[in-house]
Design a binder for this molecule. Structure first.
Ligand code: NAP
Length: 260
């Protein structure tokens, strides 16, 4: 066996939303594996904290403020990455946001905001980084969707629709970019313990007492349980995978809130 087949060493990697939660773990694991990492999101203080930790541990990292809904912000991250590191090997579209609301109470602004971040942001980043990848002869894009994109998602219809869009967009993008040696895959996590997701639930006082109730594995996932499969998708071990969505939900099943 080629012992380097699972390596991402030296692969220049952009992680959106790399300052918190799942994105922070993805960024740290890529950096530990020898990938120069670019962290991009709105809250620069979170990005700088993760960047400083990576630098302290001997890795390479840059923190760039960016709202994925703004094409100029996205282009600036892509341009700066190329200036700093000369290329873009991996893009992880990990950014995401939501709030819980009935469809009949939802404002067009609220809908557009959630779809704009989760879906349009993924399009904007994939387009900007995809052009660089095409011109350099290849690359890899990994989109973080959600099991919310696979089935009805009460009180998060905007999020579910956007994440379903990310899964479909992954397939179209994979198809169009395969001739350019760019692989595009997706991960659909089930419930993962992050402050971000707990905040969405707390906002309506809905954090269940037993987080794992009703789930096949009787627990929520940990951030590393998404980070390591992301490393795999970026490595040459996944060289014949494109357009695919990997569901990582501990066996699945359930209403996230009631556990039923
Ligand atoms: P999180 O910590 O809240 O992560 C979301 C990240 O997205 C934040 O770092 C945030 O950074 C960034 N972001 C939000 N809006 C943005 C914008 N307009 N521009 C740039 N960045 C933006 O929550 P998480 O649970 O780790 O979520 C990470 C990803 O996993 C998301 O795509 C989420 O939908 C998905 N996911 C999570 C779960 C779960 O149970 N935790 C389940 C399925 C899927 P800033 O605030 O600094 O912008």
């Amino acid at each position: 066996m080629d012992s380097n087949i699972f390596s991402v060493e030296g692969k220049v990697t952009i992680v959106t939303g790399g300052g918190t939660g799942i994105g922070e773990y993805i960024a740290r694991r890529f950096a530990e594996a020898g990938a120069p990492v670019v962290l991009a999101s709105r809250k620069i203080e979170n990005l700088e904290r993760v960047r400083d930790q990576i630098l302290k541990d001997g890795g390479k990292a840059v923190a760039l403020q960016c709202d994925v809904r703004k094409p100029d912000d996205v282009q600036q991250v892509v341009d700066t990455t190329v200036q700093e590191f000369g290329r873009i090997d991996v893009l992880v579209n990990n950014h995401g946001a939501s709030f819980r609301c009935n469809i009949l109470d939802m404002t067009p602004n609220g809908w557009n905001s959630v779809v704009g971040i989760n879906l349009t942001g993924t399009f904007l980043f994939s387009r900007a980084a995809g052009i660089v990848m095409r011109d350099q002869g290849g690359g890899c894009i990994i989109n973080i969707s959600s099991t919310a994109g696979l089935h009805a998602t009460p009180l998060m219809a905007h999020y579910g629709a956007a994440k379903a869009g990310v899964i479909n967009f992954t397939r179209s993008l994979a198809d169009e970019l395969a001739p350019h040696n760019i692989r595009v895959n997706c991960i659909a996590p089930g419930p993962i313990v992050t402050e971000g997701f707990l905040e969405v639930l707390r906002a309506r006082g809905e954090v269940p007492k037993n987080l794992g109730a009703g789930l096949v594995m009787n627990r929520w996932g940990e951030c590393d349980e998404i980070a390591y499969p992301t490393l795999f998708l970026a490595s040459d071990a996944a060289s014949f995978m494109t357009g695919e969505t990997i569901v990582i939900d501990g066996g699945g099943r359930t209403n996230l809130i009631t556990g039923e």
